[in-house]
Design a protein around this ligand. Structure first.
Ligand code: NCD
Length: 305
């Protein structure tokens, strides 16, 4: 039985396979409308979410399946002190697959060890968010036609931003990819990602605090929100929250075909004046996330379609 806890649980070939399935879904959604008839997805979200939970739910409905949902720790037995391990065993009796978001790093891994059905990590603390990465990869693939030979700028909260960590793990496996890491000193990429991924696999990268000077070299600019909920004190958050605000003015030196991505929710990192720029891809990313989650559910449930 397969789980998706880290994006590296999938090989490059398997990611290609998921992307191919997503393209088939986009072309002919009707073909997939009943392939999961009678199957149930449980969404266990112990942290706020709009997109990821609704996206998983929409994905399962569009495959013909059903959804069982626990939204918020306050409304589940976690508030009575139930362990993640026990919750996973219990939910395995009701559902065919679990998508779990949890504030504690590693919680979906614990769930996977204890569940008898596949578990998908829908975000664990400041650690990983592999299904957002699937959305990001399909978006880059649809926009650029490739995942190789790209300079990717990651900007904002690279310390706590779990989508950034998973995206780096995924993109580091493609040839010709280099990263420009743009953040305030205090929100730089954690050394475990730097050492265990970038340096280990000899992926070229540079670190800077200056978005504008990095801009001209970028093929993709991945903006992120400063992760307020992971800060130890509000003062630090307030000091850092406006470090980078992308405005039309700042895009002047960007390549005409640079793609702007953001996992959303946006606070104020991207001015709404950019939303109509053809380079803005963040709402396309949302839709792509649904297609990739559909492809992932099919793969983990071993449904041939
Ligand atoms: C991201 C997350 O939850 O990490 N949101 C999402 O799932 N699209 C990004 C964020 O919250 O900033």
């Amino acid at each position: 039985m397969r789980n998706l806890i880290s994006i590296t649980d999938l090989s490059v070939q398997e990611i290609e396979e998921l992307i191919r399935t997503a393209y088939r879904i986009i072309e002919d959604p009707a073909h997939f409308a009943h392939v999961c008839d009678g199957k149930k997805l449980a969404t266990l979200f112990f942290e706020p979410s709009t997109r990821t939970r609704l996206s998983f739910e929409a994905a399962m409905y569009e495959l013909g399946g059903h959804v069982l949902s626990v939204a918020g720790a306050g409304s589940s037995s976690a508030s009575k002190g139930e362990s993640v391990a026990d919750t996973a065993k219990v939910v395995s009796c009701y559902a065919d697959i679990i998508a779990m978001r949890h504030p504690k790093e590693g919680a979906p891994q614990v769930a996977a060890i204890n569940a008898s059905i596949p578990v998908i990590n829908a975000g664990d603390g400041g650690h990983n968010h592999p299904t957002q990465t699937l959305a990001d990869l399909l978006t880059i693939h649809r926009e650029k036609g490739r995942l190789q030979d790209l300079t990717i700028g990651l900007c904002g909260d690279l310390k706590f931003g779990r989508t950034v960590h998973s995206l780096i793990q995924a993109m580091s496996r493609y040839t010709g990819v280099r990263f420009v890491l743009i953040s305030p000193e205090e929100l730089m990429l954690p050394s475990y990602v730097k050492h265990d991924v970038l340096e280990k696999y000899h992926v070229p990268y540079e670190e800077t605090t200056d978005l504008e000077s990095a801009m001209p070299s970028l093929d993709v600019l991945y903006m992120t929100r400063v992760q307020r909920e992971r800060f130890f004190n509000e003062e630090d958050y307030l000091r850092l929250k406006d470090s980078y605000i992308l405005t039309p003015q700042k895009l002047k030196n960007a390549k005409p075909d640079m793609n702007i991505l953001h996992p959303l929710p946006r606070v104020n990192e991207i001015s709404v004046a950019i939303d109509d720029d053809p380079r803005a891809c963040y709402f396309k990313q949302v839709l792509n996330g649904k297609y990739m989650r559909m492809a992932l559910i099919l793969k983990l449930l071993e449904v041939e379609a």
